[in-house]
Design a protein around this ligand. Structure first.
Ligand code: ADP
Ligand code: ASP
Ligand code: MG
Length: 452
C-alpha cells in the first residue's frame, strides 16, 4: 500500500482535483490519499480567527463571505452531476455553518482557533470524496481526528495511529482509495489540534510509517527537492536522489517543500519518500531513501527567525560542568537549540522559539556572562556527503561567502551538513553566491552552463 499526499495548490482548483483522480486511479494499487486544504484556505481561516480575537465582527463576516464565495464558485466545475453538486453544497453549508458558530464564540481562544483552522482539510477531503463517489470510485473517507494524536509536548503518537488506523483499514478492506485529512489531529485533552503549518506532509509520513507503506509520495507544485530555494535563487534544478539524513536536514533547515519533521517517521520505518509534481507527473521528482548517490554537495536551504545567544563561562565554574548547566536551562524551558559552536570558554547557540528568551537569559546569567543576543538570524545549511576524506568543500563554501559576514560556522557533527549563521539581510546574497560557487563554478570554468 502507498500513501499519496496532495498539497494546497494540487487541490486548489476543480481541474486539479480531476487530475488527482486520474493520478490515483492510473494503477490498481490500494492507496491512502492525504489532502491539504485548498490553497489560501488555511490562511483565510487564520485571518478570520484574528478578526474574531479582535472582536471585529464586520470584518469577520466579510472574510467568511469571501471564502464562502470561493467554494460556491468551485463546486459547479468540480461535479458533473446534479446529485454530486447537491452533496457538495451540503458539505459547504454544513462546514460554513460551523465556521460561523465557532468564530462567534467569545472569548475566541486557541481551542476555537484550532477547531476553525481544521475546517480547511475537512472541507477539501469531503468535497473530493463526494467527487470520487460521484465518479463511481471505490472509496472511503476516514477521519484523521480518529487516528492522529499528539502528546502533551505536541509530538505525534505513532503507536496510536498504528493501532487505530490499522483497525479502521481492516474494517474497510474492500476499499481501494482511502481519503483522509492532512494536518489535523487530537491532543491529550481530546481537542482538535494540528501538526503546525505545512503539517500534511508530516501526516502522510506518519501514516506511511504506521502502516509500513511501500512508499510515501508527496505531490506538490514543483518537480522535487531543488538544490536551492527556488523562491530566492533563479538557477535551481531538481535533485533525483537524497538520503533520509540529507532530506531531513534540508526539511528541518527550511526547504519549504517538506514540513520539518516529515522525514523522521519514514526514516524510522525505512519507507522511501518520493516527491512528485502534480502539474507535471512525468517529471522524475526526488526519491528519498537509504541509499546515497555520488554527488558530494546536494543542496542548500535556509531557516529564518533565529536568535543567537552568546554565553561565556565565568571563572567560578569548572569547565566540565559548564555545558551541562547551559543546556539544562534550555531543556527546562523546552526550547530546542538549532546550532551550537564552542570555544574553550564560550558557547554560542541559536534558538527559533524566543518565547522564553527572557527567562533563559536570566537563568544563564546566574553562572555565565552573556553578550547581547542577535535577533533576525538565518542558518544557511549546505547538505551533502562531506565525509572527512572529501577535500576542499569547506574551502568552496567559505570562498563563496567571502564578502558576507558570518556569525557562526558548524562543520563536522554530521557528515552531511555545514551550517553558517548570517544576519537575515544577507540571506539572498548568501544563497545566490553559494549556488554559483557550489553548483555552477566548475562548469562555468569549462564553458558548460547546464545544471550538473
Ligand atoms: P504544498 O502546498 O504542496 O505543500 P508547499 O508550498 O508547502 O506546497 O511546498 C512547495 C514549495 O516549496 C515550492 O513551490 C517551492 O517554492 C518551495 N521550496 C522551497 N525550497 C525548496 C526546495 N529546496 N526545493 C523545492 N521547493 C522548494
Ligand atoms: N493546510 C495546512 C497549511 O496550510 C497544512 C498543509 O497545507 O500542509 O499549513
Ligand atoms: Mg507544504
Amino acid at each position: 500500500m502507498q500513501v499519496w499526499k496532495f498539497g494546497g495548490t494540487s487541490v486548489g482548483k476543480p481541474e486539479r482535483m480531476h487530475s488527482i483522480r486520474t493520478l490515483i486511479t492510473a494503477d490498481s494499487g490500494r492507496k491512502i490519499v492525504v489532502l491539504s486544504a485548498l490553497s489560501g484556505t488555511t490562511n483565510a481561516l487564520l485571518s478570520m480567527g484574528e478578526s474574531a480575537k479582535a472582536g471585529n465582527d464586520a470584518e469577520l463576516s466579510q472574510k467568511i463571505t469571501n471564502l464562502r464565495a470561493h467554494y460556491d464558485a468551485f463546486l459547479p466545475d468540480l461535479y458533473a452531476t446534479p446529485e454530486g453538486l447537491a452533496k457538495g453544497i451540503q458539505v459547504v453549508e454544513s462546514e460554513f455553518s460551523f465556521i460561523r458558530s465557532v468564530t462567534g464564540i467569545r472569548p475566541f481562544t486557541l481551542k476555537q482557533e484550532k477547531e476553525l483552522v481544521a475546517e480547511g482539510e475537512l472541507l477539501s477531503t469531503q468535497l473530493f470524496a463526494v467527487y470520487l463517489d460521484e465518479q463511481g470510485e471505490n472509496t472511503v473517507l476516514l477521519p484523521a481526528l480518529d487516528f492522529m494524536r499528539i502528546d502533551a509536548d505536541g509530538e505525534p503518537i505513532l503507536s496510536f495511529t498504528e493501532e487505530k488506523l490499522g483497525e479502521m483499514l481492516a474494517q474497510h478492506s474492500d476499499k481501494q482509495l482511502i481519503i483522509t485529512q492532512g494536518f489535523i489531529c487530537r491532543n491529550p485533552r481530546n481537542e482538535v489540534d494540528n501538526l503546525k503549518r505545512g503539517g500534511s506532509d508530516y501526516t502522510a509520513s506518519l501514516i506511511g510509517g504506521a502502516i509500513r507503506a511501500e512508499e510515501i509520495q508527496i505531490w506538490t507544485d514543483i518537480d522535487g527537492m531543488h538544490n536551492n530555494d527556488p523562491r530566492i535563487v533563479k538557477k535551481t534544478f531538481p535533485i533525483r536522489q537524497l538520503t533520509f539524513e540529507e532530506a531531513a536536514e534540508l526539511a528541518y533547515f527550511g526547504a519549504k517543500i517538506l514540513h520539518p519533521s516529515t522525514i523522521t517517521p519514514a526514516k524510522q520505518r525505512g519507507v522511501p519518500v518520493r516527491l512528485k509534481n502534480t502539474m507535471e507527473p512525468a517529471a522524475y521528482g526526488t526519491l528519498i531513501a537509504d541509499n546515497t548517490s555520488d554527488r558530494d554537495i546536494k543542496a542548500i536551504a535556509a531557516k529564518d527567525g533565529l536568535t543567537a545567544i552568546y554565553i561565556h563561562s565565568t571563572r567560578m565554574l569548572n569547565a566540565y560542568g559548564f555545558l551541562r548547566r547551559v543546556f539544562e536551562v534550555f531543556e527546562n524551558y523546552k526550547t530546542p537549540v538549532d546550532m551550537i559552536t564552542t570555544s574553550e570558554v564560550s558557547v554560542s547557540v541559536t534558538i527559533d522559539n524566543p518565547e522564553h528568551l527572557d527567562d533563559i537569559t536570566a537563568e544563564l546569567s546566574k553562572f555565565a556572562d552573556l553578550e547581547e543576543h542577535d535577533r533576525d538570524q538565518t542558518i544557511i545549511c549546505i547538505v551533502g556527503n562531506f565525509s572527512a576524506d572529501k577535500e576542499g568543500i569547506a574551502l568552496k563554501v567559505l570562498e563563496a561567502m567571502k564578502s558576507i559576514p558570518i556569525r557562526m560556522i558548524s562543520y563536522g557533527p554530521s557528515e552531511h551538513n555545514i551550517s553558517l549563521l548570517v544576519h537575515t539581510k544577507h540571506k539572498a546574497e548568501a544563497l545566490n553566491a553559494l549556488n554559483e560557487r557550489l553548483f555552477y563554478y566548475e562548469d562555468a570554468m569549462q564553458g558548460i552552463f547546464t545544471a550538473p
